[in-house]
Design a protein around this ligand. Structure first.
Ligand code: CO8
Length: 259
């Protein structure tokens, strides 16, 4: 396994855990960390033994944003020409397997954006979400204005992006930013339980389901419904569809072969 300096990786059963690990900077997302994260995500996505990925941070911070000190002196031509910085941030959106963000503490700026790029967000009771870039004289740059608005609606997103107000976990759940809030000591166990559940299902069906839900964000209703229908039909070409339906009829648990 690759040697990383800013993340820790671990595998439990069929679930991979990636922990952002730059405690002195509250997991500020510098270039090296994002590079390592991308490598780890690509590696686990390609690994047939892995069914789901949990992305987490520390108890104090999932991530307090992009690294402000690293960004501070950058110029427009430099950030424009090195669009690779932007591309590096998209790694998680290219993962085919489900990615669960297990968020404790601060998820601010790029940290909130990173969590929103994941498929499911579980929040600990101490989680805080925010887009405070306006305080730095800029705006979110990794999808925050778009994904937050789609997740929680215009008025709340406007308030957060324009004023930098943070949301606590209860409000984030009420606003549909997160799937569930759990006690801090249950965050990783619950995320792993979710990953293990996903590992028992048909991998092709899970991947197609993820793709179909993502279509809801990226296309019109008519196109999305058409995509869903074709994807549904295509799953009849899998052995897992035969097994899943036979198991139901025979009143036994399905044994998916991921084919
Ligand atoms: N960048 C760099 N260092 C940071 C960051 C950060 N985002 N956040 C915290 N740190 C560092 C602090 O500088 C401090 O370091 P040091 O001990 O060397 O001074 C250390 O982490 C601990 O932080 P604090 O002492 O500030 O801890 P507190 O508990 O007092 O406060 C806060 C915690 C409220 C989270 C505070 O640290 C804070 O406000 N952080 C900045 C939050 C922020 O503004 N985030 C947005 C950053 S901009 C962004 O994310 C844009 C994303 C666009 C990406 C697009 C890429 C293409």
């Amino acid at each position: 396994m690759a040697a990383y300096e800013m993340i820790l990786t671990e595998v439990q059963g069929k679930v991979a855990i990636i922990r952002l690990n730059r405690p002195k900077a509250l997991n500020a997302l510098c270039d090296q960390l994002m590079e390592e994260l991308g490598q780890a995500l690509r590696g686990f996505d390609a690994d047939p033994e892995i069914a789901a990925i949990v992305l987490t941070g520390s108890e104090k911070a999932f991530a307090a944003g992009a690294d402000i000190k690293e960004m501070q002196s950058r110029t427009y031509p430099a950030v424009y020409l090195d669009d690779f910085i932007g591309k590096r941030w998209e790694a998680v959106t290219h993962v085919q397997k489900p990615v669960i963000a297990a968020v404790a503490g601060y998820a601010l700026g790029g940290g909130c954006e990173l969590a929103m790029m994941c498929d499911i967000i579980l929040a600990a009771e101490n989680a805080k979400f925010g887009q405070p870039e306006i305080n730095l004289g800029v705006i979110p740059g990794a999808g925050g204005t778009q994904r937050l608005t789609r997740a929680i609606g215009k008025s709340k997103a406007m308030e957060m992006v324009l004023t930098a107000r943070m949301m606590d976990a209860t409000e984030a759940e009420r606003a549909n930013l997160v799937a569930r809030v759990v006690p801090l000591d249950q965050l990783l166990p619950e995320a792993l339980k979710l990953g293990e559940k996903l590992a028992t299902l048909s991998a092709p069906a899970v991947a197609v389901a993820k793709e179909a839900v993502n279509r809801a964000y990226e296309t019109t209703l008519a196109e999305g419904v058409k995509f869903e229908r074709r994807a549904f039909q295509a799953l009849f070409a899998t052995e897992d569809q035969k097994e899943g339906m036979a198991a139901f009829a025979e009143k036994r648990p399905a044994q998916f072969r991921n084919r």
